[in-house]
Design a protein. Structure first.
Length: 576
């Protein structure tokens, strides 16, 4: 097993270490960029004190050519610094994309993890900060004392004025951070809630339109939208106060520097060139502070994003590299299994035990809320046991890599969703290079082949979870084909015939018969006895507890009141 950092801070620290050469390059570029910032003041000093005094056009031309070259070099170095930092941000995002994406998926079934897809937005906010002017300001601020020292060299009084101005701007920056962090955080949180609600409403647009819920849905969304807008405006107003105050203060300080410089020139304590140069240096010294304040919302978003990402990565540690086990036999052993759903404290499945041998199918029946879907999620490894174990061919599910385990399991949930893409890509579980022969074979086993051929585009028809024109039965057949793709060892079906017609149910039973004949196992959660027609075993759940388990007919005879009717109708009656 490889040792992998489990702390979010450790992972950020590892990537920061990898980016040290880039940060070092940006720092070196910053040295020369800031030294070249002295070009303007020195040029003014020479023009006023030497060129105007000597009336030498040759000197002016030579200085101008030199200045043009130095400004060109400064521009190239500044551009290179920006490119370096942009690539550092890109490297950070590239290094964490898979980790964050995986944490989001795993976190969706773990308690206490609520960030969802916002984690990717948090990562993007950090990446954007690293290539933003705010990051350049961070590299430039350490050089502010150099410019202040240069001003002191012109005259101590000018240095004191520049130092006082810098202190004022730093105070404004600290007040800005103190007074705007909380409002901006609240505003961003409310904006995220409004966006999530809008996405949910859009996904349920058919239900909302059909049941006349548009006005009510809009009112609920608008209430949250108005709150987010109000908070954004309040936070923007506060940030605007500090941004404009900083800009006005800096401009005033530059004028004050000129005024004080003019007074000192009149007193013959400095030259006119030094007066102009000190004013330019003052602007250069305070510019990074003003820039940092102006970019503060982006800085706050990135800092909050990093905090949230660290929390997410701490709660969802990376899955360790596991020893690859051989392809398992279809032997399922569940012992004293207790499941607590994510975000809840009460178990919905308690102390359940059973076993399924290769070539067997087991039905799970019980009233709504009895724990059937919970058991399906536990068998597929989606919800980890609070206690007890689920073993596949003797190994607990945690001993298999999640993606490898998923390839051994075919899962058909109650609500089947198709992803944006072709039918082939959906059946092939979004594989980049689908095995087309296996796709067609899986569709035939799900009795979906002829149905797919009749669709415009056939297997290459574009489908998706939103605005799909496929019926519920068609979607369920494609979902069943997806579950059968790749020759799974175990097939888990949660209410598989809820949207199937008679021919679909026959095809489902045929697929189950074939799985059993091939030595595979099938687990079926059902309300209708038609779904358990091919089952050898039957588990009855009630209130999350095992009520009965054993051969199907024996369990039905002992627990179902209308067993004789079911037997007479060949499993097509109703359970009561």
């Amino acid at each position: 097993m490889n040792s992998t950092p489990t702390s979010g801070k450790a992972e950020f620290g590892r990537i920061r270490t990898q980016n040290l050469p880039l940060f070092g390059s940006a720092f070196v570029f910053s040295i020369f960029v800031n030294l070249l910032m002295l070009t303007g003041p020195l040029y003014m000093l020479q023009v006023y004190d030497r060129v105007l005094g000597s009336q030498s056009e040759e000197t002016l031309l030579a200085l101008s050519v030199l200045i043009a070259f130095l400004y060109l070099m400064m521009g190239l170095l500044d551009f290179a610094r920006g490119r370096v930092m942009a690539r550092a941000g890109g490297r950070l995002q590239h290094a964490l994309d898979q980790r964050v994406f995986t944490a989001i998926l795993r976190g969706s079934v773990l308690p206490g993890v609520t960030r969802g897809s916002l984690g990717l937005r948090d990562l993007e906010s950090i990446q954007r900060l690293m290539s933003s002017p705010a990051m350049m300001a961070i590299f430039d601020i350490p050089w502010t004392p150099l410019f202040l020292l240069a001003i002191f060299m012109f005259h101590p009084m000018l240095g004191i004025l520049a130092l006082a101005g810098g202190a004022i701007l730093v105070t404004l920056a600290l007040l800005n951070q103190w007074l705007t962090t909380k409002p901006l955080g609240q505003a961003n949180g409310t904006v995220n809630q409004a966006e999530q609600m809008a996405g949910h409403i859009a996904n349920e647009g058919e239900t909302i339109n059909a049941m006349g819920m548009r006005a009510a849905a809009f009112a609920r969304w608008k209430k949250l939208r108005d709150l987010s807008l109000s908070q954004q405006l309040s936070a923007s107003d506060r940030a605007g106060v500090f941004s404009t105050s900083t800009k006005s203060t800096r401009l005033f300080l530059q004028s004050a520097m000129l005024g004080l410089g003019a007074y000192l020139v009149l007193q013959n304590e400095m030259t006119a060139g030094a007066m102009i140069a000190s004013s330019i240096l003052m602007g250069r010294a305070l510019a990074p502070i003003e820039q940092a304040i102006g970019q503060w919302p982006a800085v706050q978003r990135a800092l909050q994003g990093r905090k949230d990402l660290v929390e997410l990565l701490d709660k969802v540690p990376p899955f360790p590299k596991l020893t690859t086990l051989p392809r398992p036999k279809a032997q399922i052993e569940v012992k004293d299994l207790t499941i607590v759903p994510p975000g809840e404290s009460t178990p919905t499945l308690r102390m359940v035990s059973f076993s399924i041998a290769p070539g067997q199918a087991m039905g799970v029946i019980g009233p709504s809320g009895s724990g059937k879907s919970t058991l399906a999620r536990a068998i597929t490894g989606l919800w980890p046991p609070a206690s007890g174990s689920v073993r596949l061919d003797g190994a607990t599910l945690s001993q298999y890599d999640p993606d490898t385990l998923g390839s051994y399991i075919g899962y058909l949930p109650q609500q089947v969703h198709l992803f944006a893409g072709t039918i082939t890509e959906n059946i092939a579980r979004l594989a980049e290079a689908p095995n087309e022969a296996e796709v067609v074979e899986a569709a035939k086993r799900a009795d979906a082949h002829e149905m797919i051929l009749k669709l415009p585009g056939g297997y290459d028809a574009q489908v998706g979870s939103v605005n799909s024109r496929l019926s519920g039965g068609q979607i369920q057949r494609i979902g069943l084909a997806r579950a059968l793709y790749g020759d799974p060892t175990l097939l888990v079906l949660d209410e598989p015939n809820s949207n199937l017609d008679n021919s679909g149910s026959i095809a489902l039973n045929t697929a189950i018969q074939r799985m059993k004949a091939e030595g595979k196992s099938v687990l079926i959660m059902a309300h209708r006895p038609a779904a358990i027609q091919e089952c050898d075993l039957l588990l009855v759940l009630d209130g999350g507890l095992r009520k009965a388990f054993g051969p199907r007919d024996e369990v039905l005879k002992a627990t179902v009141a209308n067993y004789s009717d079911i037997a007479r109708k060949g499993g097509m009656g109703g359970v009561t």
